[in-house]
Design a protein around this ligand. Structure first.
Ligand SMILES: Nc1ncnc2c1ncn2[C@@H]1O[C@H](COP(=O)(O)OP(=O)(O)OP(=O)(O)O)[C@@H](O)[C@H]1O
Ligand SMILES: [Mg+2]
Length: 506
């Protein structure tokens, strides 16, 4: 049974195609009409669905200054109330922003045939009803059966179950100020992906954990079998896996002439050592080679030795990436103990390149690559050169075709590459205050209008708006609590201060 909440009426210049006002029914048993509620009315075109954008209370009595003066001057306002029943003149109106029209299949009210844009306004006098849950889910594009349960739709409190295919088919970004709850939301998403039934199909997850915030997952008995943690202190890049251009990428000073020379040495070494050689072998090869320009050789040896000092290169990659990436498992690369940004970028670049290539030749399952602090690895500004920028932008542009999904997490959308951000079709936006960041976001996504921007700046912790490919219309969601707690969640600053010498937080 549809619940009627009001009647469409004429107010100011409304209704028009994009908005309609309605007078809210006085008596609403247990129904509290709020901003954000989804309602519908029957227009000439079909069922017109919208969301309450504004509520106003009108009272003719109090529009006239003289009446108010008389009302206030009277010693006993109750007398005046008896004469003028001002309460009866009070009414509430709601302004609804139209979202779309739904056409039902041959008048069956639970089978949506299609959702389309409205081209005609609502009709004054028509009833306004609350959208039932099952229709709302279909209208928003949620997946009630297999969806990822990330929380509740705001106001209606129905479960927000995002369709995994729609979220991961194209890339997505998680954005907010520092402490807005991005990492928290990401762990909710990971919980959901890991707890999906095996028969539904779930991609592999690879996570660059810059601050070691996700390692707690390994201590959770229900999840630990699906979590692998790789401390990048032990990470090794396989030198034979590097092309000559990769050397130039990691050591910018190598000139083009030197690159040409280097490629000759690498070719020889490959033949001799059958793809098993270290950086030292390469340096030795250059040293012992009789022909070639001496100063070029010296320079190359210098650059390669400097690379060697990063202690990042070996004869074989470690871990061997195609052996550790599995579907429905999370591989966390923990960067907590690394401070050199160059080294971090080299590792991210190498892993991304390998993953992308392995995925292209189908040696690893479809994956979701989550990049925390993405502005460090894929910055916008030309002067903030990042070694890993090119490959992240490439995955953003081309990954979809190979079922490689990217999730960029950042507290500074403005500093994040526009190319990468604009390819993030779905956006999970928590609180953002900085006007420059908001503007950048509006520029990179047409779904974010000025109204949404002001709502984004007033979101609290645990609240977000999800927009883009994952849903048909932007929806505000209260993010659910994590099922599994991290030690950090439970400990307060004061407690930490008391214990810090005795107990290191893991
Ligand atoms: N949905 C939520 N429910 C309850 N608490 C939350 C929720 N989201 C975030 N918090 C709390 O807010 C704090 C900050 O969250 P989080 O670490 O996820 O922020 P962040 O956006 O990743 O910050 P940073 O940019 O600094 O990494 C945490 O202590 C977390 O417990
Ligand atoms: Mg974080």
């Amino acid at each position: 049974m549809a619940i009627k909440v009001g009647t469409v009426f004429n107010y100011l210049q409304l209704p028009n195609v994009s908005k309609f006002p309605f007078v809210i029914n006085k008596r609403q048993d247990n129904i509290f009409i709020q901003k954000g509620l989804f309602v519908y009315t029957k227009s000439n075109e079909g069922f017109l669905i919208g969301v309450i954008e504004e509520i106003a209370i009108l009272n003719e009595y109090f529009t006239d200054a003289l009446t108010i003066k008389a009302y206030n001057n009277n010693n006993n306002p109750n007398i005046l109330k008896g004469l003028f029943p001002s309460d009866d003149f009070e009414f509430a109106i709601a302004i609804v922003k139209c979202l779309g029209l739904i056409k039902f299949r041959s008048n069956k009210l639970d089978e949506i045939e299609k959702v389309q844009r409205m081209t005609y306004p609502a009709s004054p006098g028509k009833g306004v009803y609350i959208v039932e849950e099952n229709i709302l889910f279909k209208f928003l594009g949620f997946d009630t059966e297999f969806g990822l349960n990330i929380g509740q739709i705001k106001v209606t409190n129905s479960p927000a179950k995002i369709n995994m295919n729609r979220l991961l088919n194209k890339h997505f970004a998680v954005l907010s100020i520092s402490g807005g709850g991005k990492s928290y939301l990401t762990s909710v998403l990971i919980e959901e992906l890991l707890s999906r039934n095996e028969d539904y199909g779930t991609p592999a997850i690879i996570l660059f954990d810059v601050h070691g915030e996700y390692t707690y997952l390994k201590n959770i008995p229900e999840l630990k079998n699906n979590i692998k943690i790789q401390d990048i202190s032990y990470f090794q890049i396989g030198i034979p896996k590097l092309s000559v251009y990769a050397f130039k990428k990691y050591q910018e000073q190598i000139s083009h002439v030197q690159v040409r020379e280097l490629s000759k040495y690498i070719k020889k070494l490959k033949k001799e050592k059958k793809n098993k050689y270290s950086l030292n072998d390469l340096i030795e090869q250059i040293e012992t080679e009789s022909d070639g320009n001496r100063s070029t050789k010296q320079a190359l040896i210098g650059w390669l030795s400097e690379l060697g000092r990063l202690r990042l290169f070996g004869t074989q990659e470690n871990p061997i990436l195609n052996k550790i990436i599995n579907k429905q498992q999370v591989t966390i690369f923990n960067f907590k103990n690394e401070i050199s940004i160059r080294k971090k970028q080299i590792i991210v670049d190498y892993i991304c390149n390998r993953l992308f290539n392995l995925r292209r030749i189908n040696k690893i399952p479809p994956f979701l690559l989550i990049v925390e602090e993405a502005h460090q690895f894929c910055p916008e500004a030309a002067h903030a050169k990042a070694i890993s920028k090119h490959i992240i932008e490439m995955i953003a542009r081309e990954g979809r075709k190979f079922m490689a999904c990217l999730c960029l997490i950042s507290q500074r959308p403005k500093k994040l590459s526009t190319t990468a951000l604009s390819q993030c079709n779905s956006k999970l936006v928590l609180n953002i205050k900085n006007p420059y960041d908001l503007k950048h976001l509006m520029d990179s996504s047409e779904a974010i209008t000025k109204e949404y921007a002001s709502m984004i700046s007033s979101l609290g912790v645990g609240e977000m708006i999800i927009m883009g490919n994952a849903v048909n219309y932007p929806v505000f969601v209260d993010i659910r609590k994590r099922n599994f707690k991290s030690k950090r969640d439970e400990i307060s600053l004061a407690q930490f201060c008391l214990n810090w010498q005795n107990e290191e937080l893991k």
